[in-house]
Design a protein around this ligand. Structure first.
Ligand SMILES: *Cc1c(COP(=O)(O)O)cnc(C)c1O
Length: 359
């Protein structure tokens, strides 16, 4: 175990004010009192692990991240369990994915146990910030930036790892989301960075997300970069389709799709509950004809932030694919969401050992 130097904030938020903020926090706007930081240099390796007050960083204008974008992140949540404990969900999977993202981006790899420890230390010190309401949790954002003062183009020799946290409620309001199919912009190509959780992937997706908004949709769905024929994923969520034979179909991981931990968890929980999930290429045209013919009865997006969001309709220039009545979440999505959130909230038996108790 690494020893974290703990420097508690001298100006913690007043409990009454915090309680007020925890009633219905907007996603990503309210932050806890502290942050965890660890530094890396090629000479010293990982060092200077700390918990401090959450505060602005001081960065040289020539810091590499500001120019070449070596940045990766994770998204995970701490939940208040039914028995009063606080736990995260599959943090080893986040730690492993973070290391894989670092490798792809030519960044220093943070040891997985140190990643988990940093998150645990922050959750412990800011435990009063974990909200208890239904659908609420403490969203954790571990991330890493390159931070060498140098304008040459090469993997940096210095990095800064940070964890910040924010109490959150539901990401989308109840009901279904509408999704714009991006026929021009793509998210990731084979050999690219699609499987790394890096800020650059998001930067490249924002104009497509803005196009979706313009078309009156909530989210954007990306197709494969080679043919624009197969479904890949949304800007920050994986996607699944329910067929009328009760099976679920989802695009396979192949280097261009982010390895969602929610995706993986749902595949395994579905199997536990007798629902088969088929990982195979999904043609967008087939989804449109299948939605019309009744072959596809439901669609949903999945990811840590939004958990599981039923999709009411897909929209593209040539028409719409509507699932069910387009407004009411379908039975399979509803059932799987309950199974997953009951497990995360400690309301059911943790058969896979996925719940990581911190407090
Ligand atoms: C984070 C992310 C997901 C979802 O991953 P989870 O581990 O389920 O949160 C899906 N797609 C992209 C592009 C992501 O960045």
């Amino acid at each position: 175990m690494t020893t974290f130097t703990i420097e508690k904030t001298e100006t913690p938020m007043d409990p009454a004010h915090r309680a007020q903020l925890l009633v219905s926090p907007a996603f990503g706007r309210v932050f806890t009192d502290h942050m965890a930081t660890i530094r890396y240099t090629s000479e010293k390796g990982w060092h200077d692990a700390k918990i401090t007050a959450r505060r602005p960083l001081s960065i040289d204008p020539a810091s590499t991240v500001l120019h070449y974008g070596q940045e990766i992140f994770e998204g995970m949540k701490a939940y208040r369990e039914a028995d009063g404990h606080i736990a995260t969900f599959r943090p080893q999977a986040n730690a492993a994915r973070f290391a894989a993202s670092a490798r792809r981006m030519g960044m220093a790899e943070l040891p997985e146990d140190l990643f988990i420890q940093a998150v645990d230390e922050l959750v412990r010190i800011d435990q009063d910030w974990v909200p208890a309401g239904e659908g609420q949790s403490l969203y954790l954002r571990p991330f890493m930036i390159s931070n060498e003062v140098f304008l040459g183009v090469k993997p940096a020799s210095e990095y800064l790892f940070i964890v910040i946290a924010c109490p959150v409620g539901a990401y989308f309001s109840a009901g279904c989301v509408s999704v714009w199919v991006s026929e021009f912009y793509t998210r990731a190509a084979i050999g690219g960075t699609g499987e790394a959780k890096c800020g650059g992937n998001y930067a490249g997706s924002l104009v497509a997300q803005a196009e979706a908004k313009e078309k009156g949709c909530d989210q954007v769905l990306f197709l494969d970069a080679r043919e624009r024929r197969y479904v890949e994923e949304m800007g920050g969520m994986n996607v699944m389709f329910v067929r009328n034979d009760g099976k679920i179909v989802t695009p396979p991981l192949g280097g261009t799709i982010l390895r969602g931990i929610t995706r993986d968890s749902l595949i395994r929980l579905a199997a536990d509950n007798g629902i088969e999930v088929i990982e195979e290429p999904v043609e967008i045209d087939e989804i449109f004809t299948g939605a019309a013919s009744g072959k596809y009865t439901e669609a949903f997006a999945c990811g840590t932030a939004a958990v599981l969001s039923p999709v009411g309709k897909l929209v593209r220039p040539s028409g719409e694919a509507v699932f069910g009545d387009g407004e009411t979440p379908g039975p399979v999505a509803t059932k799987l969401k309950k199974i997953l959130t009951d497990l995360q909230g400690g309301r059911t038996n943790d058969a896979h050992g996925w719940v990581h108790r911190i407090v």
